[in-house]
Ligand binder design. Structure first.
Ligand SMILES: CC(C)(COP(=O)(O)OP(=O)(O)OC[C@H]1O[C@@H](n2cnc3c(N)ncnc32)[C@H](O)[C@@H]1OP(=O)(O)O)[C@@H](O)C(=O)NCCC(=O)NCCS
Length: 445
């Protein structure tokens, strides 16, 4: 696997300190609003921003301890607010956004710099005046200028981001397994599963995740604070003691898997507690089998639930009764391509071929005609062109459809059948874009 560390670092440093987009600042100024960066190390500016984000997601007020913990873990991101000087509290923003350059895994074990966007809120008092649009378009322009070929986000509502060129490129599957009904039929690996402390898991999980994340398209590098949130190792974590941690070590003693879970008792029937798998990281197939077997075979448990799994899990083939599992699929990792040649050339492909893509992008980042040439080994070159190239497969699509097929999460044939892509040979194009590993993003950001 290859990591594109240099490209990620260049984009990261350029992006973090880049000024806010002047066009968006002007547009907001025209509405009497000020668009400004929020210094993370200044509690007088940052803390009100955090409180507004919490309120925007219908959450409660943050305590002083929580504010300190968030401040300490936020240096990696650009924090931006929109301010209304005529509001009773002019120091609290009326809109918020945060962004940073992460590394998005694409097919072939490669990572590309991608602008992660989160904490998008607009106060209900200021909604539907174009403030979110100004912030989103502004941050996309800054990301493109700093050299990020893509942007990405996870969303509260599916209907929000298509208008900016995003599409869900990795779906998420939520599982509920009736474990009284589903016996384990998968392999029984020779290593061992042991309980460990949450602190030990927190210490080891970043390196284990980094060693495997590029193998799954859609995964990104996890900001450090997210591991603390999952493991309950932040000083402000609520009910942290309810989270339990296990590891899987192979026969040589090397830790190859880690999992966090929480149990909710069933007071009406003590044999039917519910287990929520908070996070399961398996660096190889043995670790995967051993950890899932651990959950499927837990005593006093009626249901095991897990979220943000891939839509094509080996687990489906490792239980005695597939109807014991209820699987719900939803859109999850949204991607927006900003630089078509860079994004297309970075990934590997399932088949050789030559494609000409006519891409439509209403925001203008990626409009135009591009030629993609894939060699027999799956590596590719992509350039902007004006040529007709009659000998190539032609594909005509919007920027969203390009994002949807980019990680291999949906076939070109499916989108052609849905009337969203026009292709001279959809099957050949589908073979090229197809990938053997279903994309997945294992958390929210
Ligand atoms: C979603 C939210 C950020 C929108 O902010 P806003 O400033 O009202 O949005 P804008 O006025 O800039 O609207 C931009 C476009 O999005 C559309 N839009 C806004 N909210 C929408 C919603 N909830 N559902 C569907 N479309 C929506 C607008 O109609 C507008 O469309 P157009 O420009 O294509 O005509 C805001 O309602 C909010 O904070 N919601 C709660 C928190 C949240 O869900 N944040 C998103 C996290 S991923």
């Amino acid at each position: 696997m290859t990591t594109n560390d240099d490209a990620v670092d260049v984009s990261r440093s350029g992006f973090l300190g880049a000024p806010l987009d002047p066009a968006s600042a002007d547009r907001l100024a025209g509405a009497g609003l000020r668009y400004r960066s929020v210094p993370v190390d200044d509690p007088a500016s940052f803390d009100p921003w955090v409180q507004v984000v919490a309120r925007g997601f219908q959450d409660g007020e943050r305590s002083a301890e929580q504010l300190a913990a968030i401040r300490e873990r936020s240096a990696y991101r650009r924090v931006t607010g929109v301010y209304d000087g005529s509001a009773p509290d002019p120091d609290a923003p009326v809109a918020t956004i945060a962004s940073w350059i992460g590394e998005l895994a694409v097919p072939g074990g490669v990572g590309i710099p991608s602008c992660a966007i989160s904490a998008v809120t607009v106060a209900p008092t200021h909604r539907r005046r174009g403030i979110a649009r100004a912030m989103l378009e502004g941050e996309l322009r800054v990301a493109a200028a700093s050299g990020a070929p893509a942007a990405m986000l996870t969303v509260s509502e599916s209907t929000l981001y298509g208008r900016y060129g995003f599409a869900s490129a990795a779906s998420a599957a939520a599982w509920r397994i009736d474990v009284k009904r589903a016996a384990w039929t998968g392999p029984v690996p020779a290593g061992r599963v042991d309980f460990i402390s949450r602190e030990r898991l927190r210490e080891h999980i970043p390196a284990l995740h980094d060693s495997v994340r590029l193998g799954t398209p859609g995964e990104i590098d996890v900001p450090a604070g997210h591991w603390d949130t999952l493991a309950g190792t932040r000083p402000d974590a609520k009910d942290a003691g309810e989270v339990r941690a296990v590891q899987y070590a192979d026969t040589s003693g090397t830790v190859r898997g880690l999992a966090l879970y929480r149990v909710s008792e069933n007071h009406d029937d003590h044999t039917k507690a519910t287990v929520d798998v908070v996070y399961l990281l398996a660096a190889d197939d043995d670790a995967y089998a051993a950890l899932w077997r651990f959950f499927v075979e837990l005593d006093l448990v009626g249901e095991v639930r897990a979220r943000e799994l891939s839509v094509d899990e080996p687990l489906w083939w490792m239980i005695s009764d597939q109807r014991a599992a209820t699987v719900t699929v939803s859109d999850h990792q949204y991607v927006r391509i900003l630089d078509v040649p860079a994004a297309l050339a970075a990934r590997r492909y399932g088949a050789a071929g030559r494609l000409v893509l006519d891409v439509e992008d209403s925001l203008g980042f990626a409009d135009g005609r591009f030629v993609l040439e894939v060699d027999a080994d799956g590596s590719a070159r992509a350039t902007r062109t004006t040529d007709a190239a009659p000998d190539a497969i032609s594909l005509s699509l919007g920027i969203r459809e390009l994002a949807a097929v980019y990680l291999g999460g949906v076939s070109v044939v499916t989108l052609a059948r849905a009337g969203l892509i026009a292709a001279s040979d959809p099957v050949a194009a589908a073979r090229m874009f197809g990938w053997h590993r279903t994309p997945r993003l294992s958390f929210w950001y």
